[in-house]
Design a protein around this ligand. Structure first.
Ligand SMILES: *[C@@H]1O[C@H](CO)[C@@H](O)[C@H](O)[C@H]1NC(C)=O
Ligand SMILES: *[C@@H]1O[C@H](CO)[C@@H](O)[C@H](O)[C@H]1NC(C)=O
Ligand SMILES: *[C@@H]1O[C@H](CO)[C@@H](O)[C@H](O)[C@H]1NC(C)=O
Length: 262
């Protein structure tokens, strides 16, 4: 069985080596063989990645922006459109979104190291817009912006934005891509979806078994998977979240890595 530091080193490699662009990340990657508690603490500084910084699309076209934030405790992601918060999903309480995962957020004894991904679905663009991805924990905040320009050349076959439809397919907008927690610490994997009607969330373990029929898990009202008493032996797994609302469905995968506290 791997020790805590070996496990963290693996995750630091997985998480940081693909992101050598930032100096902070490079330092962490180079330090991976001498991972002290100081290094683990430095993961409280969030790292964000969103590419590219500028996009051009045709008038009335759609685009999906994607953003990734890494750090601990597990960050949440939201978006700003020209500085104003974008409402995603059905949660009307912007603060409430983060309530559960942040409850234990200041507990230094927890690992809660996560790579979180968020998508912003823009269905029809009408003007040049700046979109900002914001990643945050109770301890840190990070952001990056992407400007979407209107390409003057004709491209879209559409001549206007269609009227808001009564129905919208289920789309997952925030997921945990990878998460590490210590054995025994309640863990939370995100699966936040939007759509009309409100999507139903189902989680599956890697053997395709629906989580609802297995003990030891709970699915939160917002769709997140709560793993009550994770152990390396029983819960190291790739979980699949499926959002479905009858109009359309979407899936996402989360890799969960419980590790021994030693
Ligand atoms: C590991 O890091 C600690 C603290 O920064 C340092 O004291 C120690 O010498 C380092 N060990 C090695 C093998 O580099
Ligand atoms: C984004 O980050 C910059 C640099 O840290 C900061 O000055 C700015 O206030 C942040 N913006 C938002 C919306 O958080
Ligand atoms: C789970 O389902 C997927 C898609 O339906 C399939 O490709 C995969 O082989 C299944 N895995 C197991 C272990 O049954």
């Amino acid at each position: 069985m791997l020790t805590r530091l070996q496990s963290v080193a693996i995750i630091v490699c997985l998480v940081y080596v693909p992101q050598l662009a930032s100096a902070h990340s490079r330092r962490l990657a180079l330090n991976k063989r001498n991972l002290t508690s100081t290094n683990i603490d430095s993961l409280r500084r969030l790292s964000i990645s969103m590419q590219p910084l500028e996009t051009r699309i045709a008038l009335y076209d759609g685009i999906v922006l994607s953003c990734q934030v890494t750090g601990r405790p597990n960050p949440t992601i939201h978006w700003l459109k020209n500085g104003e918060r974008v409402q995603q999903g059905t949660s009307l309480d912007v603060q409430g979104d983060a309530a559960f995962e942040n409850a234990a957020g200041n507990d230094q004894s927890r690992l809660q190291l996560a790579i979180v991904k968020s998508k912003l679905y823009i269905d029809c663009i009408t003007e040049e817009t700046e979109y900002t991805c914001v990643g945050e924990t109770p301890l840190a905040r990070v952001n990056q912006s992407q400007r979407v320009f209107i390409d003057p050349l004709p491209g879209s076959s559409r001549h206007e934005c269609s009227q808001p439809n009564d129905e919208k397919p289920a789309r997952i907008y925030m997921t945990t891509e990878t998460q590490m927690d210590y054995d025994g610490d309640t863990a939370q994997l995100y699966c936040r979806a939007e759509g009309k009607p409100t999507p139903t969330i189902t989680w599956y373990s890697s053997n395709n078994q629906s989580i609802t029929i297995v003990g030891g898990y709970r699915i939160a009202n917002n769709g997140d998977l709560i793993i009550l008493n994770p152990t390396w032996k029983n819960h190291l797994d790739r979980f699949t979240c499926k959002a479905d609302n009858g109009v359309g469905s979407d899936t996402a995968q989360s890799f969960f890595y419980p590790t021994r506290r030693d």
